[in-house]
Design a binder for this molecule. Sequence first.
Ligand code: 13P
Ligand code: SF4
Length: 311
Amino acid sequence: MYSITKKLEKLKKSRNAVILAHNYQRGEIQDIADFTGDSLGLSQQAAKTDADVIVFCGVHFMAETAAILCPGKTVLLPDPQSGCPMADMIDAEGLKKKKAEKPDTKVVCYVNTTAAVKAESDICCTSSNAVKIVSSIPEDEEILFVPDKSLGAYVSSKLGRKMTFWPGFCPTHHRILAQDIKRRKREYPNAKVVVHPECTGDVIELADHVASTTGIAKYCRESNVKEIIVGTENGIIHRLQKESPDKRFIPATELAICPNMKKNTLEKVLWCLEDMDAENEVTVPEDVAERARLAIERMLELSEPSPALKT
Ligand code: 13P
Ligand code: SF4
């Protein structure tokens, strides 16, 4: 481990590289990353970096977003197979067909989508700004929210606004059941419950707080309770525990593991930077990138900075 870290430090300098890690990455990757954060925070870091190479420790759509925002930079994904099953629940052709049914509908796409789907959308959002993005659309406009029906339903209930949802979902967050939260509350009666909006509505109803992964980290840092039940992918607990060693973080279920997020390993981070292999490089054709960039930039203009943790 020690020698990997040393080698990485050297390579980072010689390649002028930055390492970005999502809050669900393995603990050892979070520890060597320059920044750890949520989807919004990491895309903001990518947009402003002056590094030549971005090693994106996350899943494919995140690296694609970085590639769209940073033309001319090299974006590497340590494991090129780390996709997102939710992002794969919609494609550009399917979205075009749906849009043709109601051409005036505004399409809000969750960042968990391919570049091609973003290119067909009016504006992008992440879990940390979805409420703000949807409320920026005039009340008299119809909205199609893609692809996460759970995040869509959460935003819709927060704003009391009707929207049409694409029937996508996160298989990892849907493994967290209301009965898991109820069981944990019986086991830890003094604990607070914090969950991600990709969870189902019945889980969200049982929560004290609902937020993006960086929002969850903020809540856990600032809360004065000592026990917190966490309803999101369990990789985040590494960060939570590091930031608040005196608190106890209880995963809602041990099953909330995203296998794709875990495909990246410390060795693969090193190898991708050593080899700079085309297999690891994420690129987006410029005609698609240009249209997808519009949807992402519209979102960024409306977003507050999401603090990425500097490691
Ligand atoms: P955030 O980190 O933006 O909350 O996203 C969660 C997620 O599922 C990313 O795949
Ligand atoms: Fe996709 Fe869910 Fe994994 Fe996030 S946690 S990458 S939404 S499958």
